[in-house]
Design a protein around this ligand. Structure first.
Ligand SMILES: CC(C)(COP(=O)(O)OP(=O)(O)OC[C@H]1O[C@@H](n2cnc3c(N)ncnc32)[C@H](O)[C@@H]1OP(=O)(O)O)[C@@H](O)C(=O)NCCC(=O)NCCS
Length: 277
């Protein structure tokens, strides 16, 4: 293998979706090819190829609105780790963001946080990834009282929780086959496909009780495993989920590049996923 000095950071294209998926699958992540295609189409994705042309590292910058952007899909294949590839790939994202005047955010795994801290990212919210092994809709259950909600309504609530608009993202995720935008009155959420499990989030509500009721109704209307990325500060919601059989899989640390930001007007209960924030 060539040393990292000879391995340039390159901009990836739509043809790299399958190779990107190999990297995220190696890390046991839940993203599917639709996610990679979205990053490669709407964002700037950087990476490193080995001398045979195989993709060995990636990092994506996804611009949102009002000068904000998300960095994600920071992945390095096992045999290329600890040679600075993640640092250099994220640096490429930061340089692209600086050129466009974008403030960058990300949701870091513990290993990722070790890379981002020295680059100048500061911690904000903490998240917990939870998994429910067996969501099971059965005919014996009462039908769930879920109604569908439109993207504009979800986007308006999401804006309060993020501090900026993500209608394009929510239109994309909500428009995929298999996606559902659901509400039980006050609480609302997106449910979408992932590679290994269906994912709930963002989930917005005005009380933990309403948020928990919505999750329970979603569970009764879904089959198979489910994932949700809960805002740790929403302690009663998190406790309610763990009491209902959800298991904490891993922490994520939300980080922002540069100075601390003012807190959002309304905390979400669950986020759209660490790759999207
Ligand atoms: C996290 C990951 C991207 C790091 O990639 P990498 O190319 O090895 O990172 P770098 O070589 O740029 O690391 C820079 C520094 O970050 C720290 N670091 C990197 N990986 C670390 C780990 N697993 N544990 C502790 N510190 C780590 C070290 O200080 C390292 O410097 P050093 O090697 O001189 O000690 C890679 O391990 C990976 O793909 N992991 C699985 C997916 C993942 O968690 N991605 C991050 C998503 S937020």
């Amino acid at each position: 293998m060539a040393g990292t000095d000879e391995t340039p950071i390159v901009r990836l294209g739509l043809d790299d979706a399958a190779a990107g998926l190999l990297l995220s699958t190696e890390a046991h992540w839940n993203q599917n090819e639709a996610d990679w295609r979205f990053f490669l189409t709407k964002g700037a994705v950087f990476g490193v190829r080995d001398s045979d042309g195989h993709l060995v590292a990636s990092a994506a910058l996804l611009p949102y609105s009002s000068g904000n952007a998300w960095i994600s899909m920071v992945l390095v294949t096992e045999s290329w780790r600890r040679r600075g590839l993640a640092t250099r790939s994220v640096d490429a994202c930061l340089a692209a963001a600086a050129k466009q005047g974008l403030t960058t955010w990300l949701d870091a795994t513990p290993a990722g946080a070790s890379v981002y801290g020295p680059l100048g990212f500061k911690p904000t919210l903490q998240l917990r990834r939870l998994r429910l092994e067996h969501a099971m809709s059965t005919k014996a259950e009462a039908p769930p009282s879920l109604s569908s909600v439109d993207t504009a309504t979800l986007a308006a609530r999401d804006r309060l929780a993020m501090g900026f608009d993500r209608v394009d993202l929510l239109t994309e995720l909500g428009g995929r086959s298999g996606s559902r935008l659901v509400s039980n009155g006050d609480a609302l959420a997106l449910v979408r496909d992932g590679r290994k499990a269906r994912h709930i989030g963002p989930l917005l509500a005005t009380s933990p009780e309403q948020a928990l009721t919505l999750v329970n109704e979603i569970v009764r209307s879904e089959n198979g495993p489910l994932l949700i990325d809960v805002v740790f500060e929403q302690a009663p919601f998190l406790d309610g989920l763990t009491r209902s059989g959800w298991k904490i899989e891993r922490p994520f640390q939300r980080m922002r590049f540069g100075d601390a930001a003012p807190p959002p007007a309304q905390l979400p209960f669950a986020v759209a996923g660490p790759e999207y924030g």
